[in-house]
Design a protein around this ligand. Structure first.
Ligand SMILES: Cc1cc2nc3c(=O)[nH]c(=O)nc-3n(C[C@H](O)[C@H](O)[C@H](O)COP(=O)(O)OP(=O)(O)OC[C@H]3O[C@@H](n4cnc5c(N)ncnc54)[C@H](O)[C@@H]3O)c2cc1C
Length: 451
């Protein structure tokens, strides 16, 4: 029997194949042994030429950034042929998923239709996984066929980087990924963590905070608060141990530390400078430089890197910095590739790896490309970060927040926060207003991407 996912996938392909003239759906593309190797690039059939004179922009990755790029491109140049290639059949939001984890919102609130987004905004949704790109011939290779482009935007997000923990031990990495998922990428991981929380009986539940510019700085602290709140509310004798690789809480420090101390005194143990040195999964123990921690269950969030697709396509910095896209930080253009751009968490700049930042950056990247096509001059505009974090869901959702732009520091040649402000008061009315702000923010973002 065909399920909803299969139907969406078919619908996506049908939409695409009726509209994408430059895309062939190969019948044998799902069988790797039959894949033709063309110029060292794995692909399916030879691409069909693009039809007509319209310029085509192909956007890879329908997340917070790619959706924003695709929509804005059509706003800037309505006549443009825009194709969004996304491997998932439907969108499930990472932001707000911590609230869903503890039953404070329904899954419907997180789930949105790519087909609606494409129809509402006049672009094409192509449900496929990108394997590679022929940069010279301007062809994208997917498991469903090939797509020609004039301009290409890569917005595939992040990948986990377990190396610092596993040091090449693939069995350990496999077990960490499958049994103790980080929950900062796919909805399957969120589902697994939700089941862990709901079935938790007693003992320590470990969550980790990675070093580096990891995705969603407040996310692990928010999750720790909400899991602790769930234990407290349901009389579960559990402690959430936060092993933080950093010397202190990385963002909204006052708001989170007061919540740990006042709301979750008996439920949260916060440990800074706690980089895990070794795992003993059989005996459910981890060791940091200073201590050993036993756990009943856990969600281990490793360091992150740019999605491996950028490496496969050959737009990563170099063999050492292969987890960083090689782009101009002001134009988002891949260095030496005038027709390829990167957007969202895949970027190497030290912006917050957040949905709001990636979405606002999508507006910027779309404008840069539109101006290139129209032959207009462009000026750099800062992306914007608005980030709410819930610290409790009962009696009502209470949240804290941060707002910031970015500015270029000429001395150290890097971006830093500018015009930053925080609201870290979660007690009483302020927190409840923050909670309302959080839900309104999410609704606004979903409208921006899907309507
Ligand atoms: C639990 C959690 C809570 C968060 N909370 C917040 C919050 O409160 N506020 C906030 O602003 N941000 C939050 N974030 C961060 C936010 O989700 C990310 O920063 C944002 O999703 C980044 O957008 P992106 O478009 O770069 O990547 P993504 O949204 O990850 O999108 C990348 C897309 O590319 C697709 N893709 C990847 N490879 C391929 C391929 N080869 N072919 C085709 N498609 C491909 C993926 O399927 C995915 O849909 C949270 C994240 C998590 C996990």
């Amino acid at each position: 029997m065909m399920n909803r996912r299969d139907m969406l996938k078919l619908a996506g392909i049908a939409t695409a194949s009726t509209v994408i003239t430059g895309c062939t759906a190969s019948t044998n593309s799902a069988e790797p042994t039959k894949m033709a190797t063309k110029g060292g690039i794995l692909g399916s059939e030879a691409p069909l030429p693009k039809n007509g004179t319209k310029q085509r922009v192909v956007v890879v990755g329908g997340g917070w950034s790619g959706l924003s790029v695709a929509k804005r491109l059509k706003k800037f140049i309505p006549d443009l042929d825009v194709v969004l290639i996304e491997q998932r059949a439907h969108f499930v939001s990472c932001p707000i998923s911590n609230l869903w984890l503890v039953g404070a919102v329904d899954l419907e609130f997180l789930t949105h239709s790519y087909l609606d987004a494409a129809v509402n905004n006049g672009y094409t949704f192509f449900n496929a996984t990108v394997h590679n790109v022929d940069k010279k011939a301007k062809i994208v290779y997917t498991n469903e066929g090939t797509v020609n482009y004039d301009y290409l935007v890569l917005a595939p997000g992040i990948d986990y980087d377990y190396e610092a923990w596993t040091k090449g031990d693939t069995q350990l990495e496999y077990e960490l990924r499958t049994k103790y998922p980080a929950g900062f990428k796919s909805h399957s991981e969120h589902q697994t963590i939700k089941e862990k929380v709901e079935n938790f009986e007693s003992g320590n539940f470990i969550v980790t905070v990675p070093g580096g510019n990891y995705r969603c700085l407040p996310g692990p602290y928010e999750r720790a608060c909400l899991i602790a709140g769930y234990f407290k509310e349901n009389g579960i004798e559990g402690k959430v141990i936060i092993l933080d690789e950093n010397p202190g809480i990385t963002i909204k420090k006052k708001g989170f530390s007061t919540a740990f101390n006042e709301l979750y005194k008996d439920y949260i143990v916060y440990v800074p400078n706690a980089k895990i040195e070794s795992f003993d999964l059989k005996n459910k123990k981890v060791e940091t430089e200073f201590d050993e921690y036993k756990f009943a269950d856990a969600s281990f969030y490793p360091r992150i890197r740019a999605n491996k697709l950028i490496e496969a396509i050959g737009v990563a910095k170099d063999a050492i910095n292969k987890g960083e896209a090689n782009i101009d930080p002001f134009t988002y253009q891949v260095k030496g590739e005038p027709y390829i751009f990167c957007s969202g968490d895949v970027r190497p700049m030290a912006f917050s790896k957040s949905g709001n930042t990636s979405n606002s950056e999508g507006h910027v990247v779309a404008r840069v490309i539109a101006n290139r096509i129209l032959g207009k001059k462009d000026e750099w505009v800062s992306p914007h970060t608005t980030c709410y974090s819930a610290v409790a869901v009962t009696p009502k959702i209470s949240a804290i927040s941060v707002n910031a732009d970015y500015a270029w520091n000429k001395t150290n040649h890097a971006f830093g926060f500018a015009n930053a402000s925080t609201m870290e008061e979660w007690h009483g009315k302020s927190g409840i207003n923050g909670g309302k702000g959080l839900i309104e923010w999410a609704n606004g973002m979903y409208r921006d991407m899907f309507m």
